[in-house]
Every structure is written in C-alpha cells, then in structure tokens.
Design a protein around this ligand. Sequence first.
Ligand SMILES: [Zn+2]
Length: 192
Amino acid sequence: MLAAAMIGTIADRAASSQVSSWNDDVLSPDHGAAHVEADGMVTEADGVLPDGVTVFDDAYPGISRLDRDLLEALREAARNARVSGIELHVNSGWRSPEYQDQLLTDAIAVYGSEAEAARWVATAGTSPHVLGTAVDIGGYDATTWLSQYGAEYGLCQIYGNEPWHYELRPEAADRGCPVMYANPTQDPRMQQ
Ligand SMILES: [Zn+2]
C-alpha cells in the first residue's frame, strides 16, 4: 500500500522517535505498525492498520478478525462516543503470530533485553491481540472517553502502563472493571 509515500512517512517518524517513547505491544500512532511495515515482512493481511482506521472498518483483517463480542461492544461505544464528537481509532487490533513476533523482535532491539521488552510486548503465544481479544485505541480523547465510559460496554483497560489497550470484560457493566495489572508481566496469562 502506498509504498513510497509510506516509507517516507516512516522515515520521518523513525527519525523523530525516541526510545523512551516506544510503547505497547506497540502502538502509538507514531511508531508501531508503521515501523513494522517498513521491514516489509508483514502486511495488512497480518493485521497491520494504516492511520485513521475505526472500529467500523471491516475491510481490514486487523478489525474484521477481532472477537465478535469485543467488536460489537466497541461499535456500540463508538456510536455513543461520536455523539460527543469523539472517534475511536484503532491503532492495532487482531494480529497474526508473525506480526506479533515481529513486534517482539523490534521491542527487544529497542529495549536491549527480552525481560525489559516483556513489560510492553507479549509473545505470539500469549498476546490477546493474536486471539483477536484486544485492541489498542487512539487518540487521547478516545482513550479518555473510554476510561470514563468503557466499563458500561464491558470495555476495560487491563494494564496500568497501557492506557490504549482495551479488552472485553462483560461483567464490568455491572461490577466495574477489574483492578489493572501494573504492566503485562504481572498478568498470569503472560506466564509461559
Ligand atoms: Zn494492546
């Protein structure tokens, strides 16, 4: 997709990126998905998403391969957020195991060790993104809105260090979201 233009954009982003701002299973709009695509190893078929994709954009496997219940909850929330003039963008949704592996490889290079990278990026065997049960939402208005109202839709922030990463916890509509883990290394699902 738009290879030359994308690569130019990616180069600009890479030049302005700082190691300290690298985040998540990656994906602030600034790095993440675009960074991976620069390697030419994974594509939209692996779940890579261009900027500006919403929860309604079924044309992208990163959206269409999300868990149906999660996607329905996101769409219901997004319709109501729109009433307030806020659009829920998806920086990353479903990912192929190859895409997740690439993100982890990149993170290890950035952080210098597997242990430090594990604070931000899961393996292909443990990432809920590979299962289609997690999304990384942007931008700031959207995550702020979700932090206030997401629980009504069963949408919960799971990790304290990842305000963009949301998963479905249906019981949250009645009981509120579960207490967050400080970071993914404290999540029992990440233990192998
Ligand atoms: Zn995530």
